[in-house]
Design a protein around this ligand. Structure first.
Ligand code: MV4
Length: 445
């Protein structure tokens, strides 16, 4: 097992990583920017190293400073959390080149899945169903027209290097393809430094369903069921559930078999998430994430597993130690992402938190690095707390979520708690009747 783990992250995600380390008896090193000297992740770690000024590119993305911090403190493994360097294949390579363990997948798999075209080509060859589209990058408008004509309109032009919805354009009909192709390419070039694009049939009212997978380095792969992440605004998720209100246990099993079968053939290791669009009873793979995700706690709640602990064990060479049949799904879990944003305008609201009172009780989990008198800095992601509830049924979970939201007090800054209270009381939400477009309309009314 590792002697010491450096956590190359901040905020709420640093905490469950520290907790898992502590339960495994492994000391932790926190790294922080000058803006985060008083942050909770620094206070709770065994040791800490300042790695640079506030801007993320000078601190949490500063590979040399992070590797130096690991070397100085004698850490032998690095957990990247999510965001920052978590899906940077070059960073994972550098970590390994320095004789340390990167707690995550191999650099090869991170790089493969970072290229959306390579990811689709790999998944198609492994029997995973895809959205119909180009089998690779689309070099010019003539090729785009030929493919769109074959699969039928509407189509979507997407950046191969993309993510977060940038470099993505819909062409409702043949008359719109020239512009969609040109704009998507230009956006991809300026946002990601690559103008490689591909084309897919556009699905107009899908749900976003993803499946959590875990693989050891000895060929065992299991899944922990799906999460429904359809409730998002401008590609920022606000609320996630496990399981999805839209899929049956049989559909879960089938999707799980497809996902684990593919990753087993690929020789993948550590955690991974396959993202699907689900419409008209069909799952279509779109992308794979090679990191621990923000919403991983809903899966932990229904499966009773600590995914971070599993990541660490597996990175240290341990075997899974259980089979798919030993993973059971119990009840329903919902996560609300509480951000330091105005709940109406979504403008960031950094500032001082005067009161922080987290809800508690059975089936309530709060992942947050906030505390009273903490100043939320303006430099980073606005996520300040995740409220996760677990209950025997979805109806019970919604009821518990309402109760927990009413108990939650964050004073001094505006947060999205009032918006979450409105969502919980909505009829469509309560019925589980929503697609990826539902929330945009809800916040506009
Ligand atoms: C799509 C789609 C419809 N059809 N692909 C958005 C981000 C990127 N990860 C994939 N995205 C989409 N791809 C096809 N063929 C609609 C979206 C999409 C979306 C997907 C998941 C969650 C929220 C979304 C919001 C808008 C568009």
């Amino acid at each position: 097992m590792f002697q010491k783990i450096l956590i190359a992250n901040r905020g709420e995600i640093a905490l469950p990583i520290q907790r898992a380390c502590r339960e495994l008896g492994i000391p932790t090193v926190a790294v922080h920017s000058t803006a985060d000297a008083d942050a909770m992740h620094v206070r709770l770690a065994d040791e800490s190293v300042c790695i640079g000024p506030p801007a993320a590119r000078d601190s949490y993305l500063n590979v040399a400073a992070i590797l130096s911090a690991a070397s100085i403190t004698g850490a032998d493994a690095i957990h990247p959390g999510y965001g920052f360097l978590s899906e940077n294949a070059g960073f994972a390579e550098m970590v390994e080149a320095h004789g340390l363990t990167f707690i995550g997948p191999s650099p090869t798999h991170i790089r493969m899945m970072g290229d959306k075209i390579a990811a689709k080509v790999a998944m198609a060859s492994l029997g995973v169903p895809l959205v119909p589209g180009s089998e690779g990058s689309v070099p010019d408008l003539e090729t785009a027209q030929a493919i769109a004509g074959r699969i039928g309109y509407p189509v979507m032009v997407k950046s191969a290097a993309g993510g977060g919805g940038r470099g993505m354009k819909v062409a409702p009909g043949p008359g719109n393809l020239e512009e969609a192709f040109r704009v998507a390419r230009a956006e991809a070039q300026s946002a990601f430094g690559s103008n490689a694009v591909y084309i897919e049939k556009y699905l107009d009212r899908p749900r976003h369903i993803e499946i959590q997978v875990l693989a050891d380095s000895h060929g065992s792969v299991v899944h922990f069921g799906e999460r429904d992440c359809s409730l998002q605004r401008r590609h920022q998720k606000l609320l996630e559930e496990a399981g999805s209100p839209a899929i049956s246990p049989e559909q879960r099993d089938a999707l799980g078999k497809v996902a684990t079968g593919a990753l087993q053939q690929l020789g993948y290791r550590n955690v991974g998430t396959l993202e699907f669009l689900f419409q008209d009873g069909k799952f279509s793979f779109i992308e794979m994430n090679t990191r621990l995700q923000v919403e991983h706690p809903v899966t932990e709640m229904i499966c009773g597993v600590d995914l971070v602990r599993e990541q660490i064990r597996i990175a240290a060479g341990a075997t899974l130690g259980y089979r798919q049949s030993e993973i059971t799904f119990s009840g329903h879990a919902i996560e609300c992402r509480v951000t330091a944003e105005d709940p109406e305008t979504f403008m960031p609201t950094p500032g001082r938190v005067s009161i922080f009172h987290a809800p508690g009780g059975l089936g309530v989990r709060v992942d947050s690095a906030l505390y009273a008198d903490y100043f939320v800095p303006p430099f980073y992601d606005s996520l300040v707390a995740k409220l996760i509830v677990h209950a025997p049924t979805r109806t019970d979970a919604i009821n518990r979520l309402r109760r927990a939201l009413d108990e939650f007090a964050i004073v001094g800054i505006k947060t999205t708690i009032p918006l979450h209270r409105r969502i919980v009381d909505d009829k469509d939400f309560q019925a589980g009747d929503y697609t990826i477009h539902w929330l945009e309309r809800f916040v506009a009314r």
